[in-house]
Design a protein around this ligand. Structure first.
Ligand code: PEP
Ligand code: MG
Length: 325
C-alpha cells in the first residue's frame, strides 16, 4: 500500500532489532475507515463513538447505532476493534443535550460520568455494541475512569445489557474484553489494582497530560504549559507500562503522543508495544519505528526517567519546545 505521503506501508511493523510493534488506528467516523485500511493498520485501537452522536440532532437509537457499528466491524474484517464508549461533555458538546454551561467542562459532567448519569443512553450504546460484535473481535473501553468503583459500575452495566439481550433472544457477543482509558492521574497510584481488574488499558495522553500538569488542552493561552515531556508524565507512563507487563495485561496508547515521532523511542524504551494512531500519522510512525533499536531506546528511557527537569528531558528527546520559565 502507498500512503498519501507516498510512503510504502507494510502490514506489520518491526524495530531495527526485530521487535514487533502493533500499530492500530484511531477513527472517529465510519468514513475514516478507508484511510485506516489504506495505511494497513492492524485493527482499530480507538473508535471515538461520540462523533456519530455529535453530527446528529438527537440521540441515535440502539438500532441506528447497531447499524453503524456493524458496518464498521464488517469493514474492519477479522481485525480487532476497540469501542470507546460515549465521551461527550468537555469540548465535545451534544447540541441536543448540553444547554447549561459548566464552569469547568473538562472536569465536569463528561465522559463516563455522563454515561452513568444517563443510563438509558449508555445501555442503548452498550447493547448496540454487544449485538454488532456478535462475531467480531471487539473490546469495550470506558473513558475518564477515575476509580475502581467507577470501572466496576460501568462493567456491571455491560453485564446487565447482556441479560437484557439474552431475554430478547438477540444475538450478541458473550465475552467482550472490557477495559478502561487511563486518562486521570488518580489511577497511577492504584495502578496495580486497576490493571488487575481490567482486561486491558489504553493510555489517553491528551487528557492524561492535561490533568497531570493541570493545563486545559484546548486553551491556547496556556499551550506553552501543556508539556508532554514533563518528568511526572514520563515516569508515570513508565510505571503504567511496567505494571501492566508485570500482570500480563495488554497496554496500549491512543493519545496523540503515540504517533509523535519525538516520543516513539521513549515509548518503545519503556516497553510500549501497541500504539493506536490517527491514520494520517501511521506511515511516518512506522518508518521511525523501523529505525529504533530497543536496547538504545531502553537506555534513553532510563535516562529520561532519572531526569527531573523539563528542559533536560527535551534535550534527550531532541525536541525544541521548552517552557519559558
Ligand atoms: C486522549 O485523551 O488521549 C484520547 C485519546 O481521547 P480524546 O483525545 O478523544 O479525549
Ligand atoms: Mg480523552
Amino acid at each position: 500500500a502507498v500512503s498519501a505521503a507516498g510512503r510504502e506501508v507494510k502490514p506489520q511493523t518491526y524495530t531495527s532489532d526485530g521487535t514487533r510493534i502493533t500499530i492500530l488506528a484511531n477513527i472517529n467516523l465510519l468514513s475514516d475507515l478507508k484511510q485506516a485500511r489504506d495505511v494497513k493498520c492492524e485493527g482499530i485501537g480507538l473508535y471515538r463513538t461520540e462523533f456519530p452522536f455529535i453530527i446528529r440532532s438527537d440521540f441515535p437509537s440502539e438500532q441506528e447505532q447497531y447499524i453503524t457499528y456493524k458496518r464498521l466491524i464488517d469493514g474492519v474484517g477479522d481485525k480487532p476493534v476497540i469501542f470507546r464508549t460515549l465521551d461527550v461533555g468537555g469540548d465535545k458538546v451534544l447540541s441536543y443535550y448540553h444547554d447549561a454551561k459548566e464552569m469547568n467542562p473538562a472536569i465536569g459532567l463528561r465522559s463516563i460520568r455522563f454515561s452513568l448519569q444517563n443510563i438509558e443512553v449508555f445501555e442503548d450504546q452498550i447493547k448496540a455494541i454487544l449485538r454488532a460484535g456478535s462475531n467480531g473481535d471487539i473490546g469495550i473501553m470506558f473513558p475518564m475512569i477515575s476509580s475502581l468503583e467507577e470501572f466496576e459500575t460501568a462493567r456491571a452495566i455491560v453485564e446487565e445489557c447482556k441479560e437484557q439481550l439474552k431475554k430478547r433472544g438477540e444475538e450478541h457477543i458473550s465475552n467482550p474484553k472490557i477495559g478502561l482509558m487511563l486518562e486521570l492521574p488518580s489511577l497511577v497510584e492504584i495502578i496495580d489494582d486497576v490493571v488487575k481488574e481490567s482486561d486491558f488499558i489504553s493510555i489517553g495522553t491528551n487528557d492524561f497530560i492535561q490533568f497531570m500538569v493541570g493545563v486545559d488542552r484546548t486553551n491556547e493561552k496556556v499551550s506553552d504549559f501543556y508539556i508532554p515531556h514533563h518528568p511526572a508524565v514520563m515516569r508515570s507512563l513508565k510505571r503504567i507500562v511496567e505494571t501492566a507487563d508485570k500482570h500480563g495485561k495488554p497496554v496500549s496508547m491512543c493519545g496523540s503522543m503515540a504517533g509523535d515521532k519525538a516520543f516513539l523511542p521513549f515509548l518503545l524504551g519503556i516497553g510500549m508495544r501497541t500504539l493506536s494512531i490517527s491514520p494520517s500519522y501511521i506511515p511516518e510512525a512506522q518508518s521511525v519505528i523501523e529505525k529504533i533499536d530497543i536496547s538504545r531506546a531502553q537506555k534513553l528511557a532510563d535516562d529520561i526517567c532519572r531526569t527531573p527537569r523539563i528542559a533536560e528531558i527535551a534535550k534527550l528527546l531532541k525536541i525544541d519546545h521548552t517552557p519559558d520559565s
